[in-house]
Design a protein around this ligand. Structure first.
Ligand code: ADP
Ligand code: MG
Length: 248
């Protein structure tokens, strides 16, 4: 039995603006298990990013609680935009998080460069971000995050700004990296196929306010890569199930 890394208990969140109150999340119960890859799918605007913001602690729930198994659990992020700094080289971008957190040592630096080498970016260390493709930039952003040795990765539609082919390939690569580094992850997406091809479990959200419609266990072996999953017969069955759940 895997232990729970993080747990949302009866979480609700309402935004208050001049126009009034918007309830984004309602009575959400969801946990992330140690070592699992959890995907959250739901229609655009349903409250997925809000859930990640709650996990990150950028906001507090209006009611309910967000609990972590360990006090010192480290979180890492990968967002739709890579937020690389244009004036810094790839290697300087990758070290940025360590610098900001005052954790830059010979050892942490060596580890960051090792990640660049292992995942095919070693030859681009002295390049500037604008010299890289969108997919490579996202990989640099992921390695910058991994250099901080997070326990839980939060991925907010990290592939959605990319063209279709880049998106499939990068998703495949990012999943391999996350699996081989042994990280737990939460991937938020509005793309059903992306969720099935990456996750161990898929949480399906309703339209706003987001409530949990169901959680579907994906039966593929954890280490089966996304592209291979997409060619399995069962893939389409999962797709149909989630599609039906998403209907209003
Ligand atoms: P998703 O990531 O699923 O597309 P979000 O979590 O970004 O959805 O937003 C959920 C809902 O909350 C949306 O309807 C959005 O308009 C509203 N919302 C998001 N952020 C704010 C905010 N800062 N102030 C007011 N309303 C917001
Ligand atoms: Mg969002």
């Amino acid at each position: 039995m895997q232990s729970e890394l993080m747990k949302l208990e009866n979480v609700s969140l309402a935004y208050h603006t001049l126009a009034g109150e918007t309830v984004a999340i309602q009575n959400l119960n969801l946990s992330v298990l140690d070592g699992e890859f959890l995907a959250i799918v739901g229609p655009s605007g349903c409250g997925k990013t809000t859930v990640l913001s709650l996990i990150m602690g950028l906001m507090r729930p209006t009611s309910g609680s967000v609990r972590f198994s360990g006090k010192d659990l480290r979180l890492g992020y990968m967002l739709q935009r890579d937020h690389l700094l244009d004036h810094r080289t790839v290697e300087k971008n990758v070290l940025l998080g360590l610098e900001v957190q005052h954790r830059l040592t010979e050892q942490s630096k060596a580890r960051a460069f090792e990640l660049l080498d292992t995942y095919g970016l070693g030859d681009f260390r002295t390049y500037k971000p604008q010299q890289l493709s969108g997919g490579m930039r996202q990989k640099v952003a992921l390695i910058r995050t991994l250099a901080l040795e997070p326990d839980l990765l939060l991925l907010d539609e990290p592939f959605s700004a990319l063209d279709y082919q880049t998106r499939l390939n990068l998703c495949d690569e990012v999943c391999r990296i996350i699996r081989s580094e042994g990280k737990s992850a939460v991937l938020v997406t509005h793309d059903i196929s992306e969720a099935i091809s990456t996750a161990d479990r898929v949480a399906v959200f309703s339209a706003r306010p987001a409530t949990l419609k169901t959680v579907i266990e994906i039966g593929f072996p954890k280490d089966m890569p996304p592209l291979e999953r997409r060619s399995q017969a069962a893939f389409h069955d999962y797709f149909d199930r989630i599609w039906k759940e998403l209907q209003p």
